[in-house]
Design a protein around this ligand. Structure first.
Ligand code: SAM
Length: 211
């Protein structure tokens, strides 16, 4: 993703009620943040937030947390949420490397990975959010019956991810190489990148899997 430094984004985030700042303090206590015991779903690398805002709007009985590494991107999701004011949606600005410091074992019911950064160089493969290193972290966080959905238009990253899922011993429930022309298209909520790349004619790959 091309990053522009958005002036004042750090200050906007610091003051914003939808952003949880001391995220490690809530490990095992996310119910307190939302004031209910609804299930908790997390999108890692949510970008400007189109997907998670729509998911939160469609599923008011589910709590959502969007994680994004960069302030200049997160600030765009905050702008959307300030308009929508969804009570079931919060954000964290953090690097997903440290995700196990934030969620207790079994605290998260579902994880969404949408158009994750490909890190094309082999030596950076461990940074890919679908690498076995990350899958091991997700196993810790996920509740019984939980799972992960990953979408991308990057076929190399998708093939790598399928291999990693296999290597980690997870089970694939659904695999499609052309989501929008598949039986799974109905009810699909598009992300910013998905809308852009599918408009360019790129097929969208999706895998749903669980430990
Ligand atoms: N999910 C959005 C979509 O589909 O439109 C954004 C996709 S964009 C290619 C990937 C996003 O993931 C970027 O905003 C990037 O900053 C974020 N990201 C990448 N690695 C991350 C990490 N380790 N922790 C948190 N966010 C990360």
């Amino acid at each position: 993703m091309r990053l522009r430094n958005v002036k004042g984004s750090r200050e906007t985030i610091a003051d914003n009620a939808y952003v949880v700042h001391d995220e490690t303090a809530f490990k095992g206590k996310w119910r307190e943040v939302f004031g209910n015991d609804h299930e908790l779903r997390v999108e890692i690398g949510m970008g400007k937030g189109r997907f998670i805002l729509e998911m939160a709007r469609l599923n008011p009985e589910v709590n959502f947390i969007g994680i994004e590494k960069y302030s200049s991107v997160l600030v765009r999701a905050i702008e959307k949420q300030e308009e929508a004011q969804l009570p079931n949606l919060k954000f964290i600005r953090m690097d997903a490397e440290y995700i196990c410091d934030v969620f207790a074992p079994g605290e998260v019911s579902y994880i969404y990975l949408n158009f994750s950064d490909p890190w094309p160089k082999d030596r950076h493969a461990k940074r890919r959010l679908t690498s076995t290193r990350f899958l091991a972290r997700y196993v810790d966080m996920l509740a019984e019956g939980g799972g992960v959905t990953f979408k991308t238009d990057n076929r190399e990253l998708f093939d790598f991810s399928l291999e990693q899922i296999e290597e980690a011993g997870w089970t694939k429930e659904i695999v499609t190489f052309d989501l929008h022309n598949s039986e799974y298209a109905e009810g699909n909520v598009m992300t910013e990148y998905e809308a852009r790349f599918s408009a360019q004619g790129n097929p969208i790959c999706m895998v749903k899997f669980h430990p």
